[in-house]
Design a protein around this ligand. Sequence first.
Ligand code: PDD
Length: 286
Amino acid sequence: MSQARIVYLNGEFLPYAEAKVPVMDRGFLFADGIYEVSAVLSGRLVDNAAHLARLDRSLGEIGIRNPHTGAEWLALQTDLVARNGLGEGLLYMQVTRGVFERDFAFPPAGTPPTVMMFTQAKTIGANPLAETGAAIVTVPDLRWKRRDIKSVALLAQVIAKQQAAEAGVAEAWMVEDGAVTEGSSSTAFIVAGDRIVTRPLSHALLPGITRLAVMRLAEEEGLTVEERLFSVEEAMGADEAFYTSASSFVMPVVRIDGTTVGDGRPGPLSRRLRALYLAMARETLE
Ligand code: PDD
């Protein structure tokens, strides 16, 4: 854990060790809060307006007022990235319902939300895993029924990712009623011929920002995007599989529960979409 980091907390840029949140913070007690993650390339933010729009929506869905306009967020984000000298990595943003005596119902209107941001250095563009492709495992989806909200309540995903770690793989895809919902921190895709298949948006999964960008790029490439449910068996037998997120962009999947997908190497469409996404991201940095 880098102690040298500068953290943004409630209007202040503080050394990591001084950025403290009271134990009565509702994020700590109830996971009563929302988060977002934007990627940073060349010291600038990737597809950030869409992440800020989703942050605003998530907050609205649980009745926390958004403490900042988009322009204010961007100014704070840019400042934090610069203060940390971050070239490539992630910017994490979190807003909780604030600090109040423990009580399940909301605190009085006017209780200020807790607003926090930090950065993490990470190689996303030249990630060596994208060259070999990732192995994944599948796990039951243990989550609540509003997964479209980017809630900080991530216990089911923590358990899923731990199962992946114990299996020595990078990601876990969660499965419900025989269909893949999404990755523990990513959106799941399969490729069948010239068709890209991913689950349609609903309360069952997060509306991935990278998902939308990749769907648009695929369509521009003349591929057909099919939004429908698919099973683990279909994914295992697909031509290709991949997952998308702000922290991995487009990650080819080469093994699912030990079964090889395609020829066991990143497929041509997965590689192409990764390259297209990187090019698009680099051209549209904020
Ligand atoms: N997670 N689904 C889930 C459950 C996620 O947590 C994420 C992202 C995604 C992909 O969304 P996007 O393309 O907007 O990053 C899908 C972030 C990266 C995280 O929790 O670190």
